[in-house]
Design a binder for this molecule. Structure first.
Ligand SMILES: [Zn+2]
Length: 142
């Protein structure tokens, strides 16, 4: 199971990087595979620790550079919540983020099936939403 997931992340990483026209390096592959295996919207420091576990020579600066390059290429999302450190999201499907006020846990939240942003928000007439980038705050049951 773990091998299948790792293999899936590896091929997804290669495909994403190719599609974005970004040159694949060993470091970028390692960082991207690490974030693709993460569902907790990690910070750069968290990704550095996780990537270092299987690529001991990688530096925090390299991880930051890889994340910046991949975010600029649209391979991952770079998130900023209030004054906290930047976090990163590999989910490229339309979604918003739900931030737990008590423990800073972040969940991906999709619109209910069949709804689009124009159905949910009172937008100016004629607005066409091209991307969702919102953060909801609350207390998420554990
Ligand atoms: Zn997300």
């Amino acid at each position: 199971m773990a091998n299948s997931k790792t293999s899936s992340n590896r091929s997804m990483a290669t495909s994403l990087v190719r599609k974005a026209g970004v040159r694949m390096t060993q470091q970028r592959r390692a960082v991207l595979e690490t974030i693709l295996a993460s569902t907790d919207h990690p910070t750069a420091a968290m990704l550095y620790e996780r990537t270092k576990a299987h690529m001991p020579g990688i530096s925090l600066a390299t991880v930051y550079n890889c994340l910046e390059t991949m975010a600029e290429a649209g391979i991952i999302n770079h998130l900023n919540f209030d004054n906290g450190p930047s976090r990163f999201c590999p989910n490229l499907e339309p979604h918003v983020h739900l931030l737990d006020d008590t423990n800073n846990r972040v969940l991906d939240v999709q619109l209910k099936p069949g709804l689009c942003p124009e159905d949910v928000f009172d937008l100016p007439e004629g607005t066409c939403v091209t991307r969702m980038d919102a953060c909801l705050h609350g207390n998420i049951p554990v």
